[in-house]
Ligand binder design. Structure first.
Ligand code: FAD
Length: 435
């Protein structure tokens, strides 16, 4: 075994070192020079006693918020506190789908903004996140579902968003794996969003962390927030496993742990935590070059660039902080997979895992001030927070920097629940299992 040189000592936040620009040219030069010129992608910052902004949670939304605060609003006196290593929360556990095919006009605008930010993200972050706009296809199986999807597609097109109706024959040509006449729920057609697709999830966390760190943000890993300090109505700091850290503004971006963290500040949120499972098969030759969603159940599937089929279904439907899930849901997902694509019956599942989902009570997220002064909430992402990371980060940064909601996220305020203005994105009512 060759000796590995000692890793560089963890630099304090004052000893920040940029990771430099990544390029093909640099790769070549580093190859010739023995790969000695690379430095850490982001500095391992030590916590300081006080910051202007503390962001709790080093997932996609926390890191993106920090990056946009520094790069768009000139606020770099920011710390991101992450209880574990960056990228091991839902940002690294999801099935990587991005799209903007929503029903409510305000949600379409928000998610479309996110999709547009994805389109320029790799160049902006100088990081390969493998953004792949291979298309997302929603299948429909009844005339009522055709009507519903047509309404959604028309709304999207009125707002300038791409949506294409596909006949049965066009679906078959695009996805030969689908059994159109499967005995249970024959496929009548589909709606394609050609600009939807997938992005390599953990690269998103790494790319934002690197860019935020280069912009002056302290990324502090292994720093769990255990308590919240208040002075009257105002939040003043957080207790952490690495000591007290004070801040003018504290932003919660902890996804499935939103209720837990909010409770530390004395708040109850309309958010439940549920586990959502995902599955990856053994690598097989290319068979699927579009993301497919089954309309007669809750099953969706894509093929990763490594060849594995990546698929999932619905939440398990009970409150938990577990990250594994139960067998009945795995069986349900497998049944739906084989109903839609019988050839999958012979494919072996290689890995399965779960993530703790922050299910809001109307199926839409929350980007908002809270009744506690200085405490900002980014959460309630339900099934779809990955695709929203760029827009969620940008609009949360705007809210913190400007002390007013971003116009594209104003409808996502927490006050809607108390006022009865719930968003009802899927018309399914206030029940997370039905979102
Ligand atoms: C199986 C699965 C499939 C999914 N598929 C998709 C998909 O295809 N498309 C899509 O758009 N969305 C998808 N999602 C949803 C999406 O992944 C999430 O909505 C999104 O990642 C949540 O935001 P985040 O990245 O900031 O969360 P996270 O990455 O979970 O970040 C929150 C962070 O907070 C940290 N934290 C928690 N408590 C504390 C504390 N006390 N102190 C410090 N840090 C703390 C956690 O460790 C975590 O790193 C999926 C989710 C799962 C689980």
């Amino acid at each position: 075994m060759t000796a590995v040189p000692n890793p560089k000592p963890m630099p304090a936040s004052t000893e920040r070192e940029s990771s430099g620009r990544y390029s093909g040219w640099r790769l070549l030069l580093e190859g010739l020079a023995g790969q000695r010129g690379w430095s850490r992608a982001w500095a391992k910052a030590l916590p300081r006693p006080r910051y202007r902004v503390v962001i709790v949670g080093g997932g996609g939304h926390g890191l993106a918020t920090a990056y946009y605060l520094a790069s768009e609003y000139g606020i770099s006196d920011v710390a991101v506190l992450e209880k574990g290593p960056i990228g091991l929360g839902n940002v690294g556990r999801n099935t990587t789908i991005i799209r903007s095919n929503y029903f409510l006009p305000d949600n379409i605008r928000f998610y479309e903004y996110s999709l547009k930010l994805w389109e320029g993200l790799e160049r902006r972050l100088n990081f390969n996140a493998m953004v792949s706009q291979r298309g997302t296809l929603n299948l429909f199986h009844t005339e009522a579902q055709r009507d519903l999807f047509t309404r959604r597609a028309n709304l999207m097109r009125l707002l300038g968003v791409d949506a294409v109706a596909l006949s049965r024959e066009a679906v078959q040509a695009l996805v030969p794996l689908v059994d159109l006449d499967n005995g249970r729920y024959p496929v009548l057609g589909g709606f394609l969003q050609p600009r939807g697709g997938t992005v390599r999830h953990d690269a998103v966390a790494w790319g934002y962390a690197r860019a935020a760190s280069d912009a002056g943000v302290d990324i502090i890993e292994h720093c769990e927030v255990t308590g919240m300090r208040r002075d009257g109505r105002r939040v003043t700091g957080v207790d952490t496993t690495r000591g007290l850290i004070e801040a003018d503004t504290i932003c919660l971006a902890v996804a499935g742990h939103s209720s837990q963290l909010a409770a530390m500040a004395g708040l109850t949120l309309p958010i439940e935590s549920h586990v959502l499972q995902a599955f990856v098969s053994e690598a097989i030759k290319p068979v699927l070059d579009v993301v497919v969603t089954y309309g007669a159940g809750h099953f969706y599937i894509s093929q990763s660039d490594k060849g594995g089929l990546v698929f999932g279904g619905a939440i398990d439907g009970y409150n938990t902080y577990g990250q594994r899930g139960t067998l009945p849901v795995a069986e349900e997902v497998a049944m739906e997979a084989v109903t839609l694509m019988p050839a999958l019956a012979r494919v072996k599942v290689l890995r399965q895992w779960g993530g703790v989902m922050d299910m809001s009570m109307d199926g839409s997220p929350i980007i908002s001030k809270t009744p506690v002064d200085g405490l900002i909430l980014n959460g309630g992402w339900c099934y779809g927070g990955f695709k929203a990371i760029p827009a969620g980060g940008m609009t949360t940064a705007h809210l913190i920097a400007c002390n007013a909601p971003h116009p594209l996220a104003a409808h996502l305020d927490l006050g809607r629940f108390a006022a009865g203005r719930t968003l009802d994105e899927r018309g399914a009512g206030p029940f997370p299992y039905a979102h």
